[in-house]
Design a binder for this molecule. Structure first.
Ligand SMILES: [Zn+2]
Length: 255
């Protein structure tokens, strides 16, 4: 495959910069995209006629809950052009756990879509599983605030003690250092909903130091929407972390 050449001929080329599409041909050479300008005179290689079609870089699915399915090397997403998946959203990641994975499974099975056969005690272990089993797409895991909270305080839906917050911070730092792309919260779901703004600010400072992403499922998308947005914007301003508000919407006719 790596030596293979393939000419994508006469498509409408979108280069990913946001610029309008232009008609062009693209040569894939040795597994890499060659400069489109060099593709015009290419002969002697297989040609895919792309007239009437668009040529685009792979799509990044920035909000996926396929943390477990990416390990099955399935083809549904790659067939839709998704080449990168950001998993671990809304506070749910399949790691870490302390001791027994039972509580983590109880917390996250609903969103991860499977009750048994999963659970990694550290981000590093999950990333190793991705490396081994996920060959079709790039996987960028976030570490979930809910999963971290379950690891240090079980399902308790209350402010953390200083000792618990210290342990949670250590697990967050370890996860980011191991290679997680960022940190996610699910503030509508227990036990993450028990976090006050001070806890989130402390954790967002850790994210900011690493330059990674903070993604949040906010406290409300309905009557409390504007307060929820304000809390998140204030967190980003106070800490300097990169903020992504997940599935931003106003839910319910009244809102
Ligand atoms: Zn969500």
């Amino acid at each position: 495959m790596s030596d293979a050449r393939l000419l994508l001929r006469d498509g409408l080329l979108f280069d990913g910069s946001g610029a309008p599409g232009v008609r062009a041909s693209v040569l894939i050479d040795g597994g890499k995209i060659a400069d489109p300008d060099t593709a015009a005179g290419v002969a002697d290689c297989p040609v895919l006629d792309c007239s009437g079609l668009a040529i685009a870089p792979g799509f990044i699915d920035l909000h996926s809950h396929l943390d477990l399915q990416v390990l099955e090397d399935r083809t549904e997403k790659i067939r839709q052009g998704v080449t990168s998946e950001v998993v671990g959203n809304c506070g749910f990641s399949p790691f870490p756990f302390a001791g027994d994975p039972h509580e983590l499974k109880e917390f996250a099975s609903g969103i991860l879509g499977r009750g048994e056969g999963w659970g990694w005690s550290t981000a590093a272990e999950y990333l190793r599983a991705v490396e081994t089993h996920s060959t079709k797409s790039k996987v960028f895991p976030l570490v979930g605030h809910g999963s971290l909270r379950v690891a240090v305080a079980g399902h308790a839906q209350r402010p953390l003690s200083q000792a618990e917050l210290d342990r949670l911070s250590g697990l967050l730092e370890d996860s980011l250092a191991a290679g997680c792309a960022g940190f996610s919260t699910g503030l509508m779901y227990a036990p993450g909903s028990g976090a006050d703004t001070a806890e989130l600010e402390h954790l967002c400072r850790i994210v900011a130091r690493t330059g990674k992403l903070y993604a949040t499922h906010m406290r409300s998308y309905a009557a409390g929407l504007t307060d929820a947005v304000r809390e998140q914007l204030n967190l980003a301003r106070a800490t300097g972390c990169r903020l992504q508000i997940s599935h931003l919407q106003a839910a319910g006719r009244a809102n």
